[in-house]
Design a protein around this ligand. Structure first.
Ligand code: ZN
Length: 352
């Protein structure tokens, strides 16, 4: 830890002595905790700075553009003004603050210790369907002639182009296609492949599923991106062995936090990809926005995951566009831009 951080801790503690002198009577009323963590320990382990509002009795840890807000006696902690976490209520202890172990674990996820900043080690691209499973089928009469296109072929082309763009950009990352040919893969095989990619403790894999849409309403058109809804509870994201803890309660807390983190990251990835596509094809194609769904293939991937619907094969205009080489290239470039923007912000977090 740097000298600067120690000076900040000292300043914060001095400030707290002042605050505590005014509010000494209401100190120490909180419930007892197994092994509370001091404010000084939270600050020194995370390298974060404390912002404190003495009137509202609320505070925030801040570092490198990220923020974790909390309030005295409250079970709510809010990450980056968006993700809500349940924590043991922070309480006053003499001239300083005390937190639960769960708050420290959360803070360490929001502010990874220096030298432990996270990176995306692999990007898994999954073109949907394949082989005997054609996916959505578009059939239209163009200039008096019946033409047909299958989803599996469109999404394979987009997947291969995205793979080529990402491979050129990130020689140090593993860029994996679930299928590079017209092969049939079950959903289980896809998630098993993705979950089988090795990642270190501070590394993450991202999962991008690519599909094309169909609708009985032939005027439906546009692209959309789906992510996993927070209600879906995935088990055993964090193992006792990895976390180095035996206590099932602590493991359960770590798992819940990991789920929330994965959901937040999936939403951020989805938003980035949507704006990338908006930038590349949005002038002529409607952006149908961000959607939540419990897609099997996404639900079982233990990593930030999204599902992209590139357009409707049942719409005549999109049917033509989705067979146009230049349009598929622009679609792929839009997804690529979104993914690289997400990777940049993901990997910059925690860097001062
Ligand atoms: Zn599909």
């Amino acid at each position: 830890m740097t000298g600067t951080t120690h000076r900040m801790v000292a300043l914060v503690l001095l400030f707290w002595v002042g605050v505590a002198a005014v509010h000494a009577q209401d100190a120490g009323g909180g419930a007892g905790t197994a092994s509370p963590v001091s404010l000084e320990e939270v600050l020194s382990r995370t390298g974060a700075r404390l912002q404190w509002d003495p009137y509202r009795q609320q505070g925030a840890l801040v570092r490198g553009g990220r923020m974790l807000s909390f309030a005295l006696g409250s079970t709510t902690a809010v990450q980056d003004l968006s993700a809500v976490h349940r924590v043991e209520p922070p309480r006053r202890d003499g001239g300083t603050l005390e937190f639960g172990q769960d708050f420290l674990a959360l803070a360490l996820q929001v502010f990874p210790p220096p030298g432990q900043t996270r990176r995306i080690s692999a990007i898994f691209i999954d073109p949907g369907h394949g082989g005997r499973d054609p996916g959505a089928i578009g059939q239209h009469t163009i200039d008096g002639e019946v033409q047909r296109v299958e989803e599996k072929d469109i999404v394979l082309t987009v997947g291969q182009r995205l793979h080529a763009l990402l491979t050129a950009r990130y020689p140090d990352k593993e860029i994996v296609l679930s299928r590079d040919t017209d092969d049939y893969l079950t959903l289980e095989e896809r998630t098993t492949l993705a979950n089988g990619i090795e990642a270190g403790p501070n590394e993450s894999v991202i999962f991008i599923s690519i599909h094309a849409n169909a609708s009985l309403n032939r005027s439906a058109r546009g692209f959309e991106v789906w992510f996993l809804p927070p209600e879906f509870r995935r088990r055993n994201l964090v193992s006792a062995e990895d976390a180095g803890v035996e206590d099932p309660d602590v493991l359960s807390i770590l798992n819940t936090m990991r789920e929330e983190e994965i959901t937040l990251e999936s939403v951020l990835l989805a938003r980035n990809v949507l704006s990338g596509m908006e930038g590349s094809v949005g002038l002529g194609t409607p952006n149908r926005g961000l959607r939540e769904e419990s897609w099997y293939v996404v639900r079982n991937a233990k990593m930030p995951s999204i599902l992209i619907e590139v357009g409707f094969v049942t719409n005549r205009d999109e049917f033509l566009q989705l067979q146009n080489d230049a349009y598929l290239q622009r679609l792929s470039e839009g997804i690529y831009t979104g993914v690289t923007n997400f990777v940049r912000s993901f990997e910059e977090v925690g860097v001062e």
